[in-house]
Design a protein around this ligand. Sequence first.
Ligand code: NAD
Length: 356
Amino acid sequence: MHKKIALIRGDGIGPEIVSSAVRVLDKIASVFNHDFTFVEAPMGGNAIDTFGEPLPQSTIDTCLSSDAVLLGAVGGKKWDSLPGVLRPESGLLGIRKAMKVYSNIRPAVLYPSLKNRSPLRDDIAEKGFDLVIVRELTGGIYFGERGYRKGKFGREAFDTECYSEIEIERIVRSAFEIALTRSGKVTSIDKANVLESSRLWRYVFHEVAQDYPNVSTEDMLVDNAAMQLAKNPAQFDVIVTSNMFGDILSDLSSALTGSIGLLPSASLGDSTVGIYEPVHGSAPDLSPNTANPLGTILSAAMMLQYSFDMVSEADSVKSAVQQTLNRGFRTADIFSDGNILCSTSDITDKILQFIK
Ligand code: NAD
């Protein structure tokens, strides 16, 4: 199968980790007889330096004409003093908007071989966990009406949480579709005891659930969900929630896995063309060739699964990552006594060996 993949390498560790993922995709192409073409799409600080803007129109055009986008990370001190719209990170919002992606899918897995890296208590980490957070990405309080005004007691500021039933329905439906490929349970997280927008969320969630009789459902208040993630994350399979709750809970769940460098993500809309990126930033504090590339490599695996419907190929990448970890190969962020310390390129070499 032929696929065109846009590469946004970005800044800091971005180019290194994207190169690792490209090596893995090349290996998949040769083992499974596919043809992947890679097209460069500059974005972030490097694009500011070259084109004077973080997201050139040519990058948007390249991404829109590709089958999927693989993104490293953007940003760094050099560009921190620029005004908001000119900062590297504004490119992230711009490309998500241009590609109309509204569903952010973030798996978080505590691998058996990394239990000792998790901040969870031993008896909780012992059970491991494998969950997916499906976060609404383009609505809610981050995009609602906002402003300043003069109130009775001086200056006031406000932000508004607003969800339409169409926005809720499409994100909930994508969570149910993912649950069908897993153990078949969706937990919807809201604050329906207080918020009107959450009550509509819960109502629509149960309406959509009627189309998925084989998936079990559960509602949970967000405050309880934070507690349950810390006390018993193994109880979750697929979690679906709003933009702000998802932002907070997905960072919590990523911290529980041992390193932010391990976590992939996918952002999808109505089409199969998605943006795939690790959840971390450009890590400017790291020395060259020391970053953990697994989050980006696992993002490439999500691309194979969700954009290209190449499930065996995605499984092959995930299995190679597990085998690499099981044999004790580790980058510095997940290294413990008795492991074999690897550079970014070394651990990528190991993963390639396990893809057969
Ligand atoms: P960060 O995620 O870059 O780093 C946080 C910590 O995690 C650092 O100690 C870093 O060394 C470590 N870390 C991150 N990725 C790692 C990896 N793959 N392997 C090993 N360790 C890793 O967050 P930050 O320090 O707050 O931000 C740095 C820059 O990245 C900023 O300019 C920020 O705006 C930008 N940023 C970009 C994105 C993105 O491109 N999606 C996301 C978050 C932050």
